[in-house]
Ligand binder design. Structure first.
Ligand SMILES: [Zn+2]
Length: 422
C-alpha cells in the first residue's frame, strides 16, 4: 500500500481543491481518498509527502495520432521514412507524453498505436495507456483515402499498404459492415470513421459529406454489437448531423457544427472533441514546416469560425473533451505539448479552467470508453494521477511546463518522479 499524504487534491467533478487530503493506493487501484482524518493509513508501507503540491487525475488526450512524423510534410515524409524509424519515434513520443502527465491517449487512427498497445500494457515501453482505433473506415474519395496515392497503397487489406497509415476503404452498407468487422478483427478499441472531408485531404473539403446515413448506421450497429462505439471525423455541418443521427458517440473537430448539430449532440449525449491545437499549429507553423498549400488555404478560412462554433456548442451545454490531433513533431504538433488544448479551451473558448480540466479528464475518459476506471480520483478507480507544482485553476499554462509535472502514476506504477520524498 502506498499513501500520498498532505495533498491538495483537485476534485475535477466539482472543480474544487480539497486541502489536507490523502490518497491510499493498493496495487493498481485507489482504495481510499479523503481528508486526513477520514483515511486510515496504518497499512501504508510507502509514503509520498505531497505537501504544498496539487494532485489531480492523469491527463487524457482524447484525439491524437502516434504517427512518428516529425514535420508538417504529411505527403513526402511518410514516403521517405522507413516504418521502423517512425515506430522508434513514436516510442519516444510515448515517453514524452508520460513526462508531460498524460496517462491515457486516444489514438484516432493509424497502425502504430494499435501495434504498441501491448508493449505498453506489459511494461516493455514507458507511456500512457493506449486506446486505439487502428485502421479508420473511409469511403472511396473520403478523408482517409489518401487521394494522391494508388489505392493499393491506401487500404490496409492490401499487402502494399504504406504504413503507418492506411484505411479500410468501403462503400455501401455491406462493405461498411465488413470493414467495421475487419477493424475489430485487427483489435480496434473503437471504430473511427470520416463523415466529412477535411483540411489534410487533397481533393475534398471539410463541408463535403462522406458516407450515407445508412452506411453510418451499419457501422455503428457493428461497433455496438461488439460493445464498442464510433468516433467520427466530422467538420462540415451536414456530416456532423449525419454522424449524430447515425448514433456516433464522439464527434471530432466539429469546425462547422450548426445549431441543429448542437441540439442533436446534447440530445444524444455525444462528446465533441474540437481539436483546436492542431488547427492553431497549422496556421502558425504550417508553411514553415512544409504543409501542402491545399491544406493551408482551407485552414486559413476555418479557424476563427471553428473557435466560435466550439464556444457556442459549449455554452449551449454540449460536452467537450480535449484532444490535440497532434501527430508528433519537433517544433509543432509535438507530443508532450498536448496540454495546449486545455490552454486553448480557456483562452480561445473562454471556459473557466476548472471546466477545461474536467474536459481533459472526466470527459476525455468518456471518449476513451474508460469513464468507469479513470478520469477522476475516486475510490475504486485506477491510480492514474499526477502531482503538479502550482495550481492550474489559477493558471492552466503551468501544465505546459514539464518541469512542473513532478510525479506521474499510471495504474499504481510510477512513470515519473521528481519529488524529493520518494
Ligand atoms: Zn485526427
Amino acid at each position: 500500500m502506498l499513501l500520498i499524504d498532505n495533498a491538495r487534491v483537485l476534485d475535477v467533478r466539482k472543480g474544487v481543491i480539497v486541502e489536507n487530503a490523502r490518497i491510499l493506493v493498493n496495487g493498481k487501484y485507489i482504495v481510499d481518498i479523503g481528508t486526513s482524518g477520514s483515511v486510515d493509513a496504518s497499512k501504508a508501507v510507502d509514503v509520498i509527502d505531497a505537501r504544498g503540491k496539487l494532485v489531480m487525475p492523469g491527463l487524457i488526450d482524447a484525439h491524437m495520432h502516434l504517427s512518428g512524423l516529425r514535420t508538417g510534410d504529411v505527403v513526402k515524409e511518410p514516403l521517405l521514412t522507413s516504418y521502423e524509424t517512425m515506430v522508434a519515434r513514436a516510442v519516444k513520443d510515448l515517453e514524452a507524453l508520460a513526462e508531460a502527465g498524460f496517462t491515457t491517449i486516444v489514438d484516432a487512427g493509424g497502425l502504430i498505436a494499435l501495434g504498441l498497445k501491448q508493449a505498453v500494457e506489459e511494461g516493455t515501453l514507458k507511456g500512457p495507456r493506449i486506446v486505439a482505433a487502428g485502421a479508420p473506415l473511409s469511403q472511396t474519395f473520403g478523408h482517409g483515402d489518401t487521394h494522391y496515392l494508388p489505392l493499393d497503397l491506401v487500404d490496409v487489406r492490401s499487402r502494399l499498404v504504406m504504413r503507418p497509415f492506411g484505411s479500410l476503404i468501403c462503400d455501401g452498407v455491406d462493405e461498411c459492415r465488413k470493414a467495421a468487422r475487419y477493424a475489430l478483427r485487427m483489435g480496434s478499441d473503437f471504430i473511427k470513421i470520416f463523415t466529412t472531408g477535411g483540411v489534410l485531404s487533397q481533393r475534398d473539403r471539410p463541408e463535403y459529406t462522406q458516407f450515407t446515413l445508412e452506411e453510418i448506421k451499419a457501422i455503428v450497429e457493428e461497433a455496438k454489437a461488439a460493445g464498442r462505439f464510433v468516433h467520427a471525423h466530422a467538420e462540415g455541418d451536414k456530416g456532423i448531423i449525419n454522424a449524430l443521427l447515425g448514433g456516433v458517440k464522439v464527434i471530432a473537430h466539429a469546425d462547422m457544427i450548426d445549431d441543429e448539430g448542437i441540439r442533436l449532440a446534447i440530445e444524444k449525449n455525444a462528446v465533441v472533441v474540437p481539436t483546436l491545437a492542431v488547427s492553431e499549429h497549422i496556421l502558425t507553423y504550417g508553411r514553415e514546416l512544409g504543409l501542402p498549400d491545399w491544406a493551408l488555404e482551407k485552414e486559413s478560412f476555418l479557424f476563427q469560425y471553428h473557435v466560435e462554433r466550439a464556444r457556442k456548442a459549449w455554452r449551449a451545454g454540449v460536452k467537450l473533451a480535449t484532444g490535440t490531433d497532434f501527430w508528433g513533431g519537433v517544433k509543432a504538433f509535438r507530443h508532450g505539448d498536448n496540454a495546449l488544448e486545455i490552454v486553448l479551451f480557456v483562452e480561445k473558448i473562454g471556459m473557466p479552467p476548472a471546466e477545461a480540466l474536467k474536459a481533459a479528464t472526466i470527459n476525455a475518459a468518456e471518449v476513451a470508453g474508460l469513464s468507469h476506471v479513470t478520469g477522476s480520483l475516486e475510490k475504486g478507480k485506477l491510480a492514474d494521477l499526477i502531482i503538479v507544482d502550482g495550481n492550474p485553476l489559477d493558471n492552466p499554462r503551468i501544465l505546459l511546463d514539464k518541469d512542473r509535472i513532478l510525479f506521474v502514476m499510471k495504474e499504481g506504477k510510477v512513470l515519473k518522479n521528481k519529488l524529493s520524498s520518494l
